[in-house]
Ligand binder design. Sequence first.
Ligand SMILES: CC(C)(COP(=O)(O)OP(=O)(O)OC[C@H]1O[C@@H](n2cnc3c(N)ncnc32)[C@H](O)[C@@H]1OP(=O)(O)O)[C@@H](O)C(=O)NCCC(=O)NCCS
Length: 131
Amino acid sequence: MLSACRLDALPRLVDVLSLSPLGVLPEFQRRGIGTRLVADALAGADSRGIPLVFLEGSPHYYGKRGFADATKLGFRPPTLRYPPGAFQVAKLSSYEEWMTGTFVYPDVFWALDCVGLRGERLKAPQPDARV
Ligand SMILES: CC(C)(COP(=O)(O)OP(=O)(O)OC[C@H]1O[C@@H](n2cnc3c(N)ncnc32)[C@H](O)[C@@H]1OP(=O)(O)O)[C@@H](O)C(=O)NCCC(=O)NCCS
C-alpha cells in the first residue's frame, strides 16, 4: 500500500509516498509477486511525479528492488525506533538535489502507533526477518 507522506525539506514540504505494508499470501510467496508489486508501486509513483518513496523494511529485500539506505543518503527518519538499515528510500525521476530533510508520516500512522518498533521487537536482530 502506498500512503501520502511528506518530506520536510528546507525550502518547502515535498509530497512523497510510503510503501507499507507489502504482503503476498503465504501460498503465493517466493514466485516474484512481491518483486512485481514493488516495481509497479515505484512505476506508479514515478508516473505521478512523486520524487521519493520511503519505507521501513529489510535492506536485504528492498535493497535489490530499487531502495537504498536513506540515512546514508542524508535523509532523517521520523523516529529513533527504526532498526539499523531499515529506513530506506527510492529516488524517482522527478527527484531534485534540494529534496532532503526529515521524512514525516501523516497523523494516522502515529494514532495507530505503527511507526518503527518498540520493546523486544526493537532489540531483536530483524534485518532478514522483517521485510
Ligand atoms: C515479503 C513478501 C511481500 C515477499 O513477497 P514474495 O512474492 O514472496 O517475494 P518475491 O518472490 O518477489 O521475492 C523473493 C525474495 O523474498 C524473500 N522472502 C520471501 N518471503 C520472505 C519472508 N517471509 N521473509 C524473508 N524473506 C522472504 C526470498 O528469500 C527472496 O529473497 P531474494 O530476493 O534474496 O531471492 C512476502 O514474503 C510477504 O508477504 N511476507 C509477509 C508480510 C511482510 O513481511 N511484508 C513486508 C513488511 S510490510
